[in-house]
Design a protein around this ligand. Structure first.
Ligand code: 1GP
Length: 256
């Protein structure tokens, strides 16, 4: 257990440093709601390792505590890729993870997702031995109704309202967030435009982007515009062979 909040926050910056060190890293998002088939999950973990995926993000908007814990345990047992929690609610925390994205949904005005869930889990998080990364979580309109917007009862920011996006990100940084996470929502019709990512570069903070990313071209664009981590969920659930394209992208990106 940590003796002080300083100790908790500076305990380890390993995952944060890893996110910060390079553009165009890839995270595979695993939604524990969709992990009933353990053979399929095992196959995904094996192939993700082979493709040199940088991170596994685990979480979801509607996941139960039981499914979350079971998925984290299974993943930790079967993969050495860093496991980062991308929590949908206060019960999605685990000591087995390597890091916890400590999300504040600052594009919305729902107090539960700004501070409520945090208070509910604060004691437990404080006692855990997991790297905690304060994260400005910003929903961008991806052209379709997303679960996260529905569950959080918040409205995403229109993707062409650049000044609102920039000011929201700036406010997050002023509040001490170390990461900016832009999410168009799982299954989005349109991913976050690369122009938005380019603009955020002036803030000099690592950026994670996810939602509706389905092609290598989009991955390349987001990489070129400066995204540190690009998150892929649905596309791999539907077509695990997409990992081959990702593998090729990683090979080219890391060696160049
Ligand atoms: C993570 O919501 C995304 O930020 C995942 O979206 O499932 O559409 O890849 P997809």
């Amino acid at each position: 257990m940590f003796q002080s909040i300083q100790e908790l926050l500076i305990k380890s910056l390993e995952i944060y440093n890893q996110i910060n060190k390079r553009k165009g890293q890839i995270a595979v998002l695993i939604d524990p709601d969709k992990c009933a088939n353990k053979y399929k999950l095992f196959e995904l973990l094996k192939r993700a390792k082979f493709a040199n995926i940088d991170f596994l993000f685990v979480g979801g908007s509607t996941v139960s505590q039981h499914d979350f814990t079971e998925a984290v345990e299974f993943i930790k047992k079967n993969s050495s890729i860093p496991l980062v929690i991308f929590p949908g609610a206060s019960h999605q925390i685990s000591n087995d993870a390597d890091a916890l994205l400590y999300l504040s949904l600052i594009s919305g005005r729902n107090p539960d997702f700004l501070i409520g869930h945090h208070v509910q889990s604060a004691q437990e998080v404080f006692e855990m031995d997991v790297e905690v990364i304060p994260t400005a979580y910003i929903l961008i309109d991806g052209g379709s109704a997303s679960s996260v917007a529905y569950v959080s009862q918040t409205t995403p920011i229109p993707s062409d309202h650049h000044s609102i996006i920039m000011n929201t990100a700036k406010a997050g940084i002023l509040q001490g967030k170390q990461l900016i996470y832009l999410d168009a929502g799982s299954g989005a019709k349109y991913p976050v435009p690369s122009e938005v990512i380019s603009r955020l570069q002036e803030l000099n903070q690592p950026v994670i982007v996810g939602g509706g990313i389905r092609t290598r071209e989009v991955i390349e664009e987001l990489h070129d515009s400066g995204a540190n981590v690009i998150v892929i969920g649905n596309q791999l659930e539907e077509n695990i062979d997409f990992l081959l394209e990702i593998q090729d992208f990683i090979k080219t990106n890391v060696t160049n």
